[in-house]
Each structure stands twice: as C-alpha cells, then as structure tokens.
Design a protein around this ligand. Structure first.
Ligand code: ADP
Length: 497
C-alpha cells in the first residue's frame, strides 16, 4: 500500500475562512497537519459571501459546473486557493444562489429554509469536482450533517455508484455534534436522484424526515467522533439524540479520536496575553499570572488562597445548573472564584449579584474575551468543568498545559484527557486532575473540596499533578497519527455494500 494517502476533507466551515464553532477549528488544523506529514490532502468548502476572495487569493479553477437537482440544473464554478502558509489546495464551490448570502446556515430570522437543498447541492457538487479534477482520493473525510449525503450518493445513486471513478474511494464520517442532524423534507431524496430504498429505518429515515446526519451514520464506510468515551456514550439513549440505535448497530465501525489543541496559541512559555512565562520545569512565575488575574478580577491579591476558574458558555450543558444551585456552598469554601462567560441571562444575573455581594472571593466577567480567557486559565490553580456531557472539550486541555488542575465531571472527552487522582495514580505521579462520577452538586462539591484540601497541603503531591498535566501531549500531531492509522485500516478494508 502506498505510504502517501490521498485524503479529501469535506466540510461546511474551516478556520481561517469561515467559522461558527469547533468544527472550523478541526478542519483548519487536522488537514494541515496531515499535509505536513506528507499526504496529498485537499479540502473542499462552500464559497460563502464572507470569504474574502482577495485576501485568500481565490482563483478560478473550473469555470463551468452543472449539477442537476430534480428538474432544475444549477450551475456554478470551482475556485481554488492554497491553505495559508502551505501549498495544500482548498477548493470552493461557488454557486451564488445558494452561498452568496449574509450567513452560513441562517440569518437573523433563523436557519435558511432551503438548507436541505443547499447542502444536498454542495454534496453533489463535491463529487462532480472530484471527477472534473480527475482526482481519486483514497478516503473522503466527511464532517457533520452538511456532508452526510455523500456516502448515500456513493453507494446508492444509480449513476454515481456505478461510476468507476469512485470505485476505490472510502468514506469516513466524523460527528462533531450529534445534536445538529439536518432533518429535512423527504422529497430531497428523489430530487437528488437517490432511490427510495435509502429511506428506511436502517437508512436515512428519521421520524418521517430525511436526516442527512443519519445518512452519514448509515452509509459511510467508517464513523468517528471526537473522543473514545463520547463514542461509547452516544450509543446509549441518554446521549444518543435519537441516533443511538443506528450507532449501536454500527458500533464495530465507530472510533473515537480526541481533538488536539493549537499548541502555539496555548503555550505557557510564549503567551502574549499573560503576565509571565512559565513551564513545567520552572513554574514559579505562574504566581505572577495568578496575581494578575486576581487584580484584573478585583479579587484580593493573595498567593496562598486557592483560585478556581471557569471559562465557558453559561448553559446547563456546561454544568452551570450545578454551580448555581450550590452557589452558597461554593461561597462558603475557603477559595476564590472567577467565572468568564456569557449565556443564560438568569445565570449571568446570579453571578453578577454574587460578585456584588461577595466581591472578596467571587468575581464574574460576563462577556467573550479571548485575552482574559488566557489570563484565567494561566492564573487559576483549579479549573472547574462540571459539564453534563462533553464530546471532547478544549478548556481542560488548555488548563492542563498551564498547570491548572481540572476538577471535572467524568464524561466524554473529560474522562479521556484527565487521569483521575487516586492513591495509586498519585503514587505513580500520573494523576492530572479530579473527576466526579455523578452529575450532582454534591459530587461536584466533594471533588472540589478534595482538590482544595490537596492544594492547601501543598508540597509534592500537588506539584506532581501539575507536572503530569503539563507533560501531556495534546498536539494535533498525536491525533493525526491516530487518523492515519484509521485511514490505512479503511483503505485495506473491503468496500461496503
Ligand atoms: P464548546 O465548544 O462546547 O463551547 P469547548 O470547551 O470545546 O466547548 O470550547 C469552548 C471554546 O470557547 C474554548 O476555546 C474556550 O476558551 C472558548 N470560550 C468559551 N467561553 C469564552 C469566553 N467567555 N471568552 C473567551 N473564550 C471563551
């Protein structure tokens, strides 16, 4: 088998071109790292209005694309640029009727009503592009519902499925967020030329709708999500968002690979946002970061009092229900708290009030502030993350790199990235944080008390947790190695039917 793989990433967003969420960070990082590792990697995106043609030097590549949809024929073109700082090709499907709009998925009045048609077109146009370029990737790496029809087209579209051009190409469907499913009117199926045989419970039918997510889950050769524990959890009813049945059915084809982080942006030895640089070998200057955070937050500047931080959307899924209901107990602890975030108005108000009445130990900054998020993560001693569920989670990874010890609910990517403190892991100097099992405020408080007690004891135990946390490899390079193994397995496997 050739060492060099041909991989096409298909996605609806990517840093630095367009972003609404974490998906864009993954697509902006993983293909680039795989490209650096010597593979022929290319990315394909819709060309939205907000993507600056001059800034990214988008040039025409294929001027006349035609894709039929029902009785209509949509025409557009393909543009190309190199991913900034590399020579990795990025293709853009340019069809003004669908993509020359203010937003990506919607405008001020909500989602665009024709999103089903827009992304069905994007999927067809992607396959058209491969053929026009005469390029046959080994693997098409698909991302979320916006790309979910491609596996169905490759397997069941009468023309596409019999075209030798695609015969050797395998598909990997990646789930970043199971809550977004792309469920549309079922008449998209004949319009795009798929047979009704795909519209079954085992296929893409979902409560009388055609689900693009389920199409990806049902018809891709392999599935992947952003952490091993989340891959298991979504096969159960509690976290399965209605898709647990099909995910259980495909259990043997479902992998979990943790996302990496941008280790240049989040580097305690060279972070322009923090008061002083520090590292695992020389952690003394973390104190200066703590003093800076205490000052910025209006808390008492005191190196001895433990400082607990949270940086997050203020919503129930992130555990702010637990924080809010146990606020009095938290305020009674011998610790300082700093919360940075925006979200549910009643939580914003509650924390503003707590800050007004307990300013000596509780501070909240209601807003989105990247430099302050770096100061909080660098300056705190403990990072609290009581998420109800967490597909991967990034802030615990940032915190650990800065020697800030996480106290987190044992769910999803938090389980996979934090080695829980136990007698054994402490002795082996492997522990990197505290995990609590039950999603209750009592369990959270007990775990936080345990962390505070160990912090106060000081000495070697706490220092060894910080060292182990800071030594973890959270780079994209590690994840890319796992993806490479998965692609190779997929290439070796027989094509599905
Ligand atoms: P999710 O994507 O579910 O919100 P993650 O932990 O995966 O959770 O990622 C959240 C990202 O948003 C992190 O990079 C975090 O630093 C950032 N973030 C969240 N809230 C804020 C805020 N108020 N100010 C600055 N950055 C924030």
């Amino acid at each position: 088998m050739p060492n060099k793989l041909r991989i096409l990433f298909v996605a609806s967003e990517s840093v630095p071109f367009c972003k609404t969420g974490g998906l864009a960070d993954v697509v902006g990082a993983l293909p680039r790292v795989l490209h650096e590792r010597g593979h022929d990697v290319r990315v394909i995106l819709p060309r939205y209005r907000s993507i600056d043609q001059a800034k990214f030097r988008l040039l025409p590549l294929l001027p006349e694309m035609k894709v039929s949809y029902g009785s209509e024929v949509f025409s557009g073109s393909i543009l190309r640029c190199s991913f900034p700082g590399t020579n990795m090709p990025v293709y853009f499907i340019d069809e003004p009727h669908f993509f020359d709009r203010e937003g990506i998925y919607g405008g001020p009045n909500g989602d665009y009503l024709d999103n089903g048609v827009r992304f069905a077109f994007f999927n067809m146009a992607t396959l058209w592009t491969l053929k026009a370029l005469d390029w046959q990737p080994d693997v098409i790496h698909l991302n979320d519902w916006q790309t979910g029809l491609i596996p169905a087209l490759l397997r069941h579209h009468p023309v596409v499925s019999t075209d030798p051009h695609y015969a050797e190409t395998k598909t990997l469907f990646a789930v970043h967020n199971l809550a977004y499913q792309g469920n549309f009117d079922k008449y998209v199926i004949p319009q795009i030329g798929l047979p009704w045989s795909v519209y079954t419970q085992e296929g893409m039918e979902f409560y009388d709708k055609a689900s693009f997510l389920k199409s990806g889950l049902a018809f891709a050769d392999r599935l992947v999500t952003v952490s091993p524990t989340y891959a298991r959890e979504i096969q159960g009813e509690e976290h399965g968002a209605g898709m647990d049945g099909i995910l259980r059915h495909r259990s043997g084809d479902l992998a979990g690979i943790m996302n990496g982080i941008d280790v240049q942006e989040w580097d305690p030895t060279a972070d322009p946002h923090i008061a002083a640089s520090f590292s695992a070998e020389d952690i003394a200057q973390k104190k200066a970061c703590k003093a800076e955070l205490q000052k910025a937050a209006g808390l008492k500047v005191d190196p001895t009092i433990p400082l607990v931080a949270m940086v997050s959307r203020l919503v129930d899924a992130k555990g702010f229900d637990l924080v809010s209901e146990s606020l009095q107990e938290l305020l009674a602890l011998d610790a300082q708290f700093f919360i940075l975030g925006t979200g549910k108005p009643e939580y914003e108000e509650l924390y503003r009030q707590a800050a007004a009445t307990h300013g000596d130990r509780f501070a909240a900054h209601i807003g989105y502030d990247v430099p302050l998020s770096h100061k909080a993560i660098a300056g705190a001693d403990i990072f609290l993350m009581p998420s109800e569920y967490e597909p991967c989670g990034l802030t615990q990874l940032y915190s650990m790199r800065y020697g800030t010890v996480p106290v987190a609910h044992a769910t999803g990517g938090l389980v996979d990235s934090i080695v829980a403190v136990t007698k054994g892991t402490l002795k082996q100097q492997k522990a990197t944080g505290f995990l609590f099992d039950k999603h209750t405020s009592d369990a959270m408080l007990a775990s936080l008390r345990e962390a505070l007690a160990l912090y106060r004891k000081g000495g070697e135990a706490w220092a060894s947790i910080q060292r182990a946390a800071m030594a973890q490899d959270t780079s994209w390079d590690r994840s890319a190695g796992e993806y490479e193994r998965l692609y190779r397995e997929l290439v070796r496997s027989k094509k599905g039917t």
